[in-house]
Design a protein around this ligand. Structure first.
Ligand code: FBP
Length: 264
C-alpha cells in the first residue's frame, strides 16, 4: 500500500529548503557560533523571514523559542563531539514529546559504518513506526562515519546511505553531496521515493562554490537542501536564502545569480 506523503507540510511545489540549528549540540557553541547566531531567536527569525519550509531543532530550543513557524522537525537523537570514540548518537527525545511541541516530523541521525550502526538502526526502526502511527514524517540523516569509513562522500557510500533510508522507512534523507551532479544522480536513484536533501556542511569558501553544489544536487533530482552554517553564518543570511530559493524553486543557474553577486 502506498503510504500518505508525510513530508507534505515541508514541501512547496515538490521542493524544499530546511534550516538546521542543532550544531550547538553536535559541535559546541565555540566551534560554529558568533555573538549573533549563538542566539536562537536570531536563527528562528531567519527561518521565518527567509521563507524556509522547515526548521530543525532539539527539544530544549523548541520548548523555549519555537513559536509555530515554520513547520518543526524535532531532532530525536544527538551526540557531542567531545568523546573520541566510534560515533553513536542515541535518542534524547520521544516521538510523543515531539508531537507535544507541535513537530510535523522527527529527525534522527544514523552513522552508517560505525561499530554501533545496529543500535541506531534499531532505534530509528522503532521511531519510524511510532512517528508514522502519529502522522509525523521520519527524516533520517544518514552520515557514513567511523573507523570503517575512509571517505564519506564517494558515490558508493552516499548511495548506500540513501538506499538505507529507503529500506528502513524514512520519508526523507539528508546526505552529504558527492561532489558532482552525475554521481549524486545515482544517490537520488538509489533513494527511490525517499526525498533526498543535500546537507549543507561547513561554510563554503565562497558563496558561488556553495551555490554550485546546490545547483548540482538539484540537477541530480534532489528535493532540496537542509542547511545551517552556510546560511546563519553568512554576513547576510537573507541574501543567501534568496539565492537558494532562486535555485531550488525557480531553477535558476548560478551564473544568473553570480552576476548579481559581483555587482554587490
Ligand atoms: P550544516 O548545514 O551546518 O552542515 O548542518 C547540517 C547538519 O546535518 C546539522 O543538522 C548537524 O548539526 C551537522 O550538519 C552535523 O555536522 P557533522 O557533519 O559535523 O556531524
Amino acid at each position: 500500500m502506498k503510504a500518505k506523503d508525510l513530508m507534505e507540510p515541508f514541501m512547496h511545489e515538490g521542493k524544499s529548503i530546511l534550516l538546521a540549528y542543532d550544531q550547538g549540540f553536535e559541535h559546541g557553541p565555540s566551534a560554529d557560533f558568533n555573538e549573533k547566531n549563538v542566539d536562537p531567536e536570531y536563527v528562528l527569525d531567519i527561518a521565518k523571514k527567509g521563507g524556509f519550509n522547515g526548521i530543525i531543532l532539539h527539544k530544549g530550543i523548541a520548548e523555549k523559542y519555537y513559536e509555530g513557524k515554520p513547520p518543526l522537525i524535532l531532532k530525536l537523537n544527538g551526540k557531542t563531539n567531545v568523546p573520541k570514540i566510534e560515533p553513536i548518537s542515541r535518542q534524547v527525545c520521544s516521538v510523543e514529546y515531539a508531537l507535544s511541541l507541535e513537530a510535523k516530523a522527527v529527525g534522527y541521525t544514523i552513522y552508517l559504518g560505525s561499530e554501533y550502526e545496529h543500535e541506531m538502526l534499531s532505534e530509528f526502526g522503532r521511531i519510524q513506526e511510532e512517528a508514522h502511527e502519529k502522522g509525523l514524517a521520519a527524516i533520517a540523516w544518514v552520515y557514513p562515519r567511523g573507523s570503517a569509513v575512509q571517505n564519506d562522500t564517494t558515490r558508493e557510500i552516499v548511495s548506500y546511505a540513501a538506499r538505507l533510508a529507503l529500506e528502513v522507512g524514512a520519508d526523507a534523507v539528508k546526505v552529504k553531496y558527492t561532489g558532482d551532479s552525475e554521481s549524486f544522480r545515482w544517490v537520488v536513484r538509489a533513494a527511490g521515493r525517499v526525498r533526498v536533501f543535500m546537507s549543507g556542511g561547513p561554510k563554503a569558501p565562497t558563496e558561488e562554490s556553495f551555490l554550485q553544489q546546490v545547483r548540482g544536487a538539484m540537477d541530480a533530482g534532489a528535493a532540496g537542501l537542509a542547511v545551517g552554517r552556510n546560511v546563519w553564518q553568512h554576513e547576510d543570511p537573507m541574501r543567501m536564502a534568496s539565492y537558494l530559493k532562486e535555485i531550488i524553486f525557480k531553477n535558476r543557474k548560478v551564473e544568473e545569480l553570480t552576476s548579481k553577486i559581483r555587482i554587490q
